[in-house]
Design a binder for this molecule. Structure first.
Ligand SMILES: CC(C)(COP(=O)(O)OP(=O)(O)OC[C@H]1O[C@@H](n2cnc3c(N)ncnc32)[C@H](O)[C@@H]1OP(=O)(O)O)[C@@H](O)C(=O)NCCC(=O)NCCS
Length: 189
């Protein structure tokens, strides 16, 4: 690595420290969709891939609102489809940044399904996406830190480093022996 590349890495690590922190509510993004016939599988329920796309869009807007940069999806973690979502349901997706690192951000997406007749809202699932802020050449850029406020935001913030380390291990970008936060979790157990 050249001395310039090394300098750039140091700048990326330092800039978030001098950027003003932002609250999760500044990145809150809410979208409501209706499940149309084109969005369904052969059983007439919402197609999983369609929900993943809606989640990617709402989460990327949330990450963009946090850093005001172009963002790319780095990883999709923790998605489970807990219940079928029927045709004509109203699906509301709520996304908020749960933690910002140097150039990456973790975003939580909560998905609610509203019965079109009764109006009852049920939490259908939850997903966690990671985004990286990039310049016009696709190189990572620093992002502002996140300052959690509510109890739930603090819990999500606390767990984010563990999830990032797991995601990096699964992507082959980190050795398990370097995952200090994950190791600490197993030592506690
Ligand atoms: C995401 C991307 C910009 C990362 O680039 P990179 O060369 O790996 O850059 P770095 O190693 O410096 O990583 C940048 C940040 O991304 C994080 N990151 C990279 N891969 C990650 C993963 N799988 N999960 C979580 N975070 C990840 C790194 O930890 C780092 O975070 P930090 O700076 O906040 O500590 C690059 O891999 C990319 O452009 N991927 C394609 C993105 C895309 O096209 N998405 C659409 C899907 S089709």
């Amino acid at each position: 690595m050249s001395i310039f590349a090394e300098d750039f890495k140091i700048q990326i690590l330092l800039i978030p420290l001098i950027m003003k922190g932002k609250s999760p509510k500044e990145s809150l993004t809410i979208q409501t969709q209706v499940v149309l016939p084109n969005d369904t599988n052969t059983l007439g329920n919402l197609f999983g891939g369609q929900l993943l796309q809606w989640m990617d869009i709402v989460a990327s807007i949330s990450a963009h609102r946090h850093c005001r940069r172009v963002v790319v999806t780095a990883s999709v973690n923790n998605v489970s489809f807990n219940m079928p979502i029927n045709h004509a349901s109203l699906v509301t997706l709520e996304a908020k940044v749960s933690r910002a690192f140097s150039t990456s951000m973790e975003v939580f997406i909560d998905v609610w399904v509203e019965d079109p007749v009764s109006g009852e809202k049920i939490k259908a699932n939850e997903a966690i996406y990671s985004f990286v802020a990039v310049d016009q050449n696709g190189s990572p850029l620093p992002v502002p830190p996140l300052i959690p406020e509510t109890e739930e935001e603090k819990i999500r913030y606390e767990g984010a480093l563990r999830r990032k380390q797991l995601s990096l291990i699964l992507a082959g970008k980190m050795k398990p022996s370097e995952a200090t936060e994950l190791k600490a979790l197993f030592m506690e157990a």
